[in-house]
Ligand binder design. Structure first.
Ligand SMILES: Cc1cc2nc3c(=O)[nH]c(=O)nc-3n(C[C@H](O)[C@H](O)[C@H](O)COP(=O)(O)OP(=O)(O)OC[C@H]3O[C@@H](n4cnc5c(N)ncnc54)[C@H](O)[C@@H]3O)c2cc1C
Length: 304
């Protein structure tokens, strides 16, 4: 079934958009940090906003299901093979400095952004040190560390909504705790950031501090924190207080190091999803607190 689909859509995309980089039978296990999931029929990688808008307008008009993926570090795929198009950002890698701003394409990694800022004597990006991410995923998730989020440095975001290129000033991004307006099917093409000059010594000291903090995080395949911290509480501490460290479903278990991390050792996406459901259920039953998922499920919708 998937074979028939990928030949059809892949050929259609290549004929209509000869400039578009496509790949068939894309393994989600290889493209996500949790390391599970089936294949997607086709992935497509636009290289600028115009290409992205033409592609998305076409997919919308044709009723072809699609989804977006960056570094796959906060994403839980599904095990089933999917008849859809995975829109990737690996060619959106522009990095420009002008005046007091940095523009970064959606596919720029956290490491590349930190190096670029450091190289231009710009501070404020050090909290990204060691976070597995692309700019597109981080903007969509409002990624950050306690006390600092990407929304603290965003000026505006270039995106495609309903097949049209749009620029979202900060106040229209609806940034919140691990959320933004871009979670509503809006494709991030890149973002403009505030660039504050800082001394090399200060940037180096901050980078070392953030790198050191991350050493205590669990090793292994995960999606980072599974749940958002409820107001004034730590999701990890709540899970631990319910005695769930080490709790297991198939090949997935709650980390012994940090209870908000789920580690996958050869399990399926269904194992991970079942474990998330059981943890949430236990915490609700024992504490009355309903945990909200931070991680994002990869769903291929027909957008209209
Ligand atoms: C070991 C580990 C440690 C982590 N530590 C942290 C941390 O300290 N702080 C933190 O905030 N997070 C952390 N995370 C989670 C993750 O790194 C961040 O959420 C990061 O921003 C995800 O970026 P990504 O490119 O991998 O997004 P993906 O997982 O690829 O995507 C995340 C969501 O955004 C959507 N998306 C991706 N790209 C686009 C786009 N261009 N336009 C629109 N939607 C898009 C996807 O469809 C998905 O819904 C950690 C994860 C791991 C595995």
């Amino acid at each position: 079934m998937i074979h028939g689909f990928n030949l059809g859509v892949s050929a259609l995309l290549n004929e209509r958009f000869p400039w578009l980089k496509t790949e068939e039978n894309v393994s989600l296990a290889r493209r996500t940090t949790i390391g599970c999931g089936g294949t997607v029929a086709v992935s497509a990688s636009p290289s600028d906003a115009e290409e992205a808008s033409e592609l998305l307008a076409y997919l919308l008009g044709s009723g072809i299901p699609y989804a977006f993926l960056g570094a796959g570090a906060n994403t839980l795929p599904q095990d089933e093979d999917i008849d859809g198009v995975l829109i990737r950002t690996d060619r959106l890698t522009a990095l420009l400095m002008g005046g007091n701003c940095i523009f970064a394409g959606a596919g720029v990694t956290g490491g590349a952004l930190c190096r670029f800022a450091r190289g231009h004597g710009v501070g404020g990006f050090e909290p990204f040190t060691g976070i597995p991410m692309t700019v597109g995923g981080a903007v969509t998730m409002n990624a950050g560390v306690p006390g600092w989020h990407i929304s603290d440095v965003v000026i505006r975001v270039l995106a495609v909504q309903n097949g049209k290129i749009r620029s979202f000033p900060l106040e229209m991004c609806a940034f919140g705790e691990k959320k933004s307006v871009f979670q509503e099917g809006i494709f991030v093409v890149g973002a403009l950031f505030r660039a504050e000059p800082a001394s090399k010594e200060r940037i180096a000291a901050n980078t070392a501090r953030y790198r050191e903090r991350r050493k205590s995080l669990p090793k292994g395949r995960s999606m980072g924190c599974t749940f958002v911290n409820p107001e004034g509480r730590s999701a990890g501490e709540l899970i631990e207080s319910c005695g769930l460290k080490g709790f297991r479903e198939g090949g997935a278990h709650v980390s012994e190091v940090h209870a908000n991390f789920i580690i996958n050792e050869g399990g399926t996406a269904a194992d991970v999803a079942a474990l998330i459901g059981r943890v949430r259920g236990e915490v609700l039953a024992k504490t009355g607190i309903s945990l909200r998922e931070e991680i994002r499920r990869l769903t291929f919708d027909v957008h209209t």
